[in-house]
Write a protein that binds this ligand. Structure first.
Ligand SMILES: Cc1ncc(COP(=O)(O)O)c(C=O)c1O
Length: 410
């Protein structure tokens, strides 16, 4: 009997916590404080720890330039700032993403234009991006949501053909690969979030801007620190910008975390593979479709719910799953176009800029259907898997999924 009907739940003990920060992170932070106490020098930024973290982050990606900043939102803001896109244009944004993956576009006085998702996925596809390009488009932001790489080859071909820069939002996808290539190394510049929920973290909040284009790397670096003339000789502040710096304290934590990243990724892949194989013969449920060549890192796991196969709807199904003791999110519904700030154009109130900028020659309504994206969020639920889950944890999830599916299957 299902637990929701009074039966015994599959799982009665809590799932393991992630325990992301441990002794090593604490020791690294304490060592910095010890040094500060001993020498009288405050812990700063752009010092040896931050420089080392940025170098190690770049090396982990096979070389490039990294700039540690204070959040993933800032990282995207800086990446766009480094590209020096003329305002009053448009930037294509993901159909499903965190607000921090879209607001920076609008804050640059550029109109965010969501492209729909590739059918059956949470990520934009080339065809959907092509549909929203106009003569006003200045760049394309592609997010790898849930740690699943977007289908980049056709997107990169399109961007090249249209001569548009590509910004990869890797906030949820540290270390994911596409046809063998790491995400973050395919576009012109990449933005990472390293807040404490992500694959690897630089503390409670953080972000990294990464690029293999050195000139762009310097422009980003200047823009993230009030236009300081980094990489230039004898000049004053060269551009207006905010202070979005990371710090040596964040970096020292990040350095320890970076050393754990490979095993974090391997752990998530192990759990995802276990659940995927456990669902192979469970009709009506399957792991979300990934593009060919994808090696995902599963920030969460998408499970496709084939509604016509069941006598209940998805919310009833996930409620039954939760009653079995399984952590589940019924819907990852984060469509920028559905948010109040977007619909009501509240970026620079009381104006409706960037949409209302006199120089903006485009014509964008406030509604974007994104029918595939809506269909995708409505037909998937998500499991908050992580690398600390054991074989037994995975087994319990599979048992509960199969139990609930068997009970509701028509
Ligand atoms: C895809 C995506 N982009 C951007 C962000 C913003 O990052 P942060 O929360 O570090 O500002 C997030 C945060 O989760 C995200 O998931």
């Amino acid at each position: 009997m299902l637990a929701v009907d009074g039966g015994t739940p599959v799982r009665t003990t809590p799932f393991p916590k992630r325990a992301l920060f441990g002794e090593q992170e604490r020791n690294a932070a304490v060592a910095l404080f010890d040094q500060a106490v001993e020498t009288g020098d405050a812990i700063g930024y752009n010092g040896p720890e931050e420089t080392a973290y940025e170098q190690e982050f770049s090396e982990w990606h096979g070389g490039g330039m990294a700039d540690l900043v204070n959040s993933g939102t800032s990282a995207l803001y800086v990446a766009l700032g480094g590209l020096e896109l003329a305002p009053a244009g448009e930037v294509v944004v993901p159909p499903i993403t965190d607000p921090g993956g879209v607001m920076p576009v609008a804050l640059h006085n550029l109109v965010p234009v969501p492209a729909d998702a590739s059918p059956g996925t949470f990520n934009a596809g080339a065809a959907q991006i092509a549909d929203v390009l106009t003569p006003h488009t200045r760049a394309i932001v592609v997010a790898h949501i849930a740690g699943e790489p977007a289908d980049m080859r056709p997107i990169l071909d399109l961007a090249k053909e249209k001569n548009l820069p590509v910004v990869e939002d890797c906030a949820q996808a540290h270390g994911a690969r596409y046809h063998g290539q790491l995400v973050g190394t395919m576009g012109d510049v990449a933005a990472y979030s390293t807040m404490s929920g992500k694959h690897h973290a630089t503390g409670p909040q953080g972000g990294v801007v990464f690029t293999t284009d050195e000139d762009l790397g310097w422009r980003c670096r200047r823009f993230s620190d009030r236009g300081k003339p980094f990489g230039l000789q004898g000049r004053s502040n060269v551009r207006a910008g905010l202070n979005l710096n990371g710090s040596d304290l964040a970096a020292t934590v990040g350095r320890v975390q970076l050393r754990k990243l490979d095993s974090i990724i391997a752990g998530r892949r192990r759990v995802a593979a276990q659940i995927a194989s456990g669902l192979v013969s469970c009709e009506g449920l399957q792991i979300g479709h990934e593009p060919e060549g994808a090696e995902s890192v599963y920030w969460f796991l998408r499970v496709h719910f084939d509604d016509p196969r069941f006598s209940c709807d998805k919310s009833e199904f996930t409620a039954a799953l939760a009653a079995e003791g399984i952590p589940v999110t019924a819907s990852y519904r984060h469509l920028p176009a559905e948010a109040e700030w977007f619909r009501e154009r509240k970026v620079f109130p009381p104006s409706d800029y960037p949409w209302g900028l006199p120089e903006y020659g485009g014509d964008r309504g406030a509604t974007f259907e994104c029918a595939h994206a809506v269909a995708a969020v409505e037909s998937h639920f998500t499991l908050p898997i992580h690398e600390q889950w054991t074989q037994d944890d995975g087994d319990d999830v599979v048992s509960a999924l199969v139990k609930v599916a068997d009970a509701f299957r028509i």
